[in-house]
Write a protein that binds this ligand. Structure first.
Ligand code: XUL
Length: 505
């Protein structure tokens, strides 16, 4: 059996698949806000003192890992039958570790909670996460050193981006030079969690490594110039870069003796949640688009060559079992819906029903930015007049407008993530993109993708795995409603006009 884990913004999830029977045998999830309330996060993160600063707590992820395995053991998950594990994590988050990290991992005692044993290994108690856009100045400085936005994009597959690791490392090294000096290793959330599982410092994979502005996208090696432009000593602090399917090591005795995991169980390298979702949605070759509706909304597809977004908003990451993936990330995703639902005091059913109502040429469209947006970069907009339809229309008109660099619209769009359970959202996407929308049977595409990567590392054929596990739910394809093309053409123009007026301000 194969275990897939995913440490997202709000939760840590697990899925166990049995390749022989083609079945998912176990699924569970730890919610950070609910199950670990003492970290006082809201939706898994905390805000910093400066606007646009967003952090999470790496020790919370450590405790969540302990709690997840405890729960799996209590619920009699078949931990002893797992052959290989893979995991994914929210992208871009950096973890800053001192020289004791490796030795601490080698000497973990199963009798003391993991979080307690790791309390002294951090040189930074928090991890800046993907929601953070406080590093504008650092991005400008990195871009200046390299020469231009185009040059940075050509080297790394993305322009210098606020939430990416290079700008975040630069900000930290400038603000706290002494703590930077004490930092021995900078991990991503994904490689950090993999390190815990195998009891030694793990490499970073090409999928997640591409989200740092530090990896040369064509050569798949650390880019020395980018590292120099980031901060003194960056290169020496980065783990190695490797293929996702590479075996990182065998499970640390801490986990095998405490939870009854077979001591021969291995872990591949971990990857980012979006690269893992690509696999979990069964999209390993070009031609299909996925819209993932989580805390962030992302639109992604598999691509063969790393051609970057000419506007500089989108990204190229590594495909864990193939070449590359193209991705656009929209910061105002599911949480904007949660905020509006709260503001209107309505239920999810009522929210959904509103979305199924017919739109006209006069329908209002909102700029859906409850918080600052990254695609395109825009400040927050007052939402007192927003309705469910004006918000969701605004979100997907914005997505349509910024998706053109991914190529021609595909025949079908696949959707995943919590909000994809709403028929109203899926119908709106179908109407705006004028394409049928399909949901897959599994909810957790990132954890499923991780489990499939683990199985593929064991030699199982990835195409067969995808046929087995990534099936659309029969009879649930949502077709565009007739007559909506012209309406959304007009609403799209109205949206663009509003957007440009807002950005110009
Ligand atoms: C992608 C991004 C987000 C996070 C969410 O670039 O920032 O999708 O990966 O976990």
């Amino acid at each position: 059996m194969h275990l897939g884990l995913d440490c997202s913004t709000q939760s840590l999830s697990a899925i166990i698949i049995d390749v022989k029977s083609g079945e998912t045998v176990y699924e569970t999830s730890i919610n950070f806000e609910v199950d670990l309330p003492h970290y006082q996060t809201s939706h898994g993160f905390v805000r910093g003192t400066e606007p646009d600063e967003f952090f999470s707590n790496p020790i919370m992820w450590v405790e969540a890992l302990d709690l997840l395995f405890t729960r799996m053991q209590q619920e009699a998950a078949p931990l002893n039958s797992i052959v290989t594990i893979c995991g994914s994590a929210q992208q871009h988050a950096t973890v800053y570790l001192n020289e004791h990290f490796e030795r601490t991992l080698e000497n973990l005692s199963p009798n003391i909670p993991l979080a307690e044993q790791l309390s002294d290994v951090f040189t930074r108690p928090v991890s800046p996460i993907w929601l953070d856009s406080s590093t504008h100045q650092d991005c400008a400085e990195i871009t200046n050193t390299i020469g231009s936005v185009r040059k940075v994009t050509k080297r790394t597959g993305s322009a210098a981006i606020e939430r990416f690791s290079a700008a975040q490392i630069r900000k930290y090294a400038k603000q706290f030079p002494e703590r930077w000096h004490e930092t021995n290793t900078v991990h991503l959330a994904s490689s950090f969690l993999c390190s815990l599982l195998i009891g030694k410092s793990a490499a970073i994979d090409f999928g997640d490594g591409a989200g740092m502005n530090l990896m040369h996208i064509n050569k798949r090696k650390w880019d020395k110039k980018m590292a120099q432009a980031t901060a003194d000593g960056t290169l020496e602090r980065l783990p190695k870069l490797r293929n996702t399917t590479r075996i990182a090591g065998t499970i640390a005795p801490y986990f095998s003796s405490k939870f009854g995991i077979n001591p021969t169980t291995r872990s591949t390298l971990w990857t980012g949640d979006n690269p893992a979702s690509l696999i979990g949605m069964g999209v390993i070759r070009k031609g299909t688009w996925v819209i993932s509706l989580g805390t962030s909304y992302t639109l992604f597809s598999a691509v063969e060559s790393p051609f970057p977004d000419p506007q500089g908003y989108g990204h190229i990451f590594g495909n864990p079992v193939g070449h590359y993936m193209s991705l656009s990330c929209f910061k105002n995703g599911a949480l904007a819906c949660v905020d509006l639902k709260k503001q209107l005091g309505i239920s999810w059913d009522e929210f959904n029903t509103e979305l199924l109502k017919k739109r006209s040429l006069e329908s209002p469209v909102s700029l859906p930015f409850f918080d600052t947006e990254i695609t395109p970069p825009a400040s927050a907009v007052d939402q007192s007049q927003a309705t469910p339809a004006s918000l969701i229309d605004g979100q997907f008109l914005n997505m349509r407008q910024h998706s053109l660099w991914h190529g021609e619209f595909p025949e079908t769009i696949l959707v995943t993530g919590g909000i994809s359970q709403s028929n109203g959202v899926c119908q709106t996407i179908a109407n705006i993109f004028q394409r049928p929308v399909q949901r897959l049977a599994s909810h957790g595409s990132a954890s499923l993708g991780a489990a499939l990567i683990a199985a593929s590392a064991d030699g199982y054929d990835i195409d067969t795995l995808i046929e087995q596990f990534c099936t659309p739910i029969e009879g649930t394809t949502i077709e565009p409603n007739p007559g909506t093309e012209i309406v959304y053409q007009a609403l799209g123009e109205k949206f663009t006009e509003q957007l440009y007026q807002h950005i110009r301000k």
